[in-house]
Design a protein around this ligand. Structure first.
Ligand code: ZN
Length: 293
């Protein structure tokens, strides 16, 4: 079950908190970001170019907009990003009155709603919430309280949503109503019994979960129905933050990580930490959904 994965270096960078990996199957590029360096990246494997777009504030996650451009979840709420002008246009900020909070991870559901949650910059307990930006650009609070809102995915039939709060260190499941975006019947399906904290998450074509484990030196594949740990892919990277299936066949797993707080010794011991790397997943992922608003 435990295996040493061999990461291939994709983009060498010491991101403080690399995050938000998301493959765009139409444009064949990988979006990712550094939350605390306030930078969005677009990596193009065809050219090897990693474009940097400044966001000028903490950026928690990114999704593609079906109508063009991207949508960000920022310190100051949801916003559109125009890829030509690099202009950021605010949409809505449900926590305008809480400047100590910022948005963290999030993704689109199969109907094109953008779900993302918040956290206090210093991880104060229970300070955050999970929100949904619907296609009419209205924001609804979906879950409170949470501490470090993180990975979120939906099953292929769109009837179950899986969600991680890193402080809880579990994967929770909810029954999902794709017509309304309502969640109910919350239950814990996986509890982290190993090192570290559950962070970002992707889902594969077999409805199995791939969880990046911060402080856990790798990525784990779980069966969310049985709760079983199926694979424990170890990386020479301590603080793994997110993972996304990419490539022509959606079978390459891109992985981000963090080096914030590392001293010189740790940096030297972990030359790949903070960089964008990829590993051979041996299974196909599911293409991410775009924002439909
Ligand atoms: Zn995260």
């Amino acid at each position: 079950m435990t295996e040493q994965a061999t990461p291939e270096l994709v983009v060498a960078k010491r991101t403080l908190v690399g995050e938000g990996s998301l493959w765009d199957p139409a444009d064949k590029v990988l979006y990712w970001l550094d939350i605390l360096s306030h930078e969005l990246y677009i990596y193009d494997p065809a050219t090897g170019v990693n474009r940097t777009i400044p966001t000028c504030q903490a950026v928690g996650t990114v999704v593609k907009r079906a109508a063009g451009g991207l949508v960000l979840a920022l310190h100051n709420g949801f916003a559109f990003l125009d890829l030509d002008s690099e202009k950021i246009t605010p949409i809505a900020d449900p926590e305008r009155s809480i400047p100590a909070n910022r948005f963290n991870d999030g993704k689109c559901d199969p109907a094109g709603r953008f779900w993302a949650g918040t956290m206090e910059f210093g991880c104060a307990p229970d300070a955050g919430a999970l929100y949904c930006l619907d296609t009419r650009l209205e924001v609804t609070e979906k879950l409170r309280p949470v501490t470090i809102s993180n990975g979120i995915v939906w099953t292929a039939d769109a009837r179950t949503m899986y969600y991680i709060c890193t402080a809880a260190n579990t994967v929770r499941a909810f029954d999902y109503d794709i017509d309304t975006g309502n969640i109910c019947n919350e239950r814990v399906v996986i509890t982290n019994e190993g090192e570290g904290g559950f962070d970002g998450m992707s889902i594969d074509a077999e409805d199995k979960l791939w969880v990046a484990v911060y402080g856990g030196w790798g990525v784990r594949r779980y069966d969310p129905v049985s709760g079983a740990l199926l694979r424990d892919l170890r990386l020479p990277i301590e603080c793994v933050t997110s993972c996304a299936f990419g490539g022509d066949h959606l079978d390459e797993l891109y992985v981000t990580s963090a080096v914030g707080g590392f001293d010189a010794e740790k940096l030297a011991q972990q030359p790949l930490a903070g960089s964008l790397v990829k590993i051979d997943a041996g299974v196909q992922g599911v293409a991410a959904f775009s924002f439909a608003g």
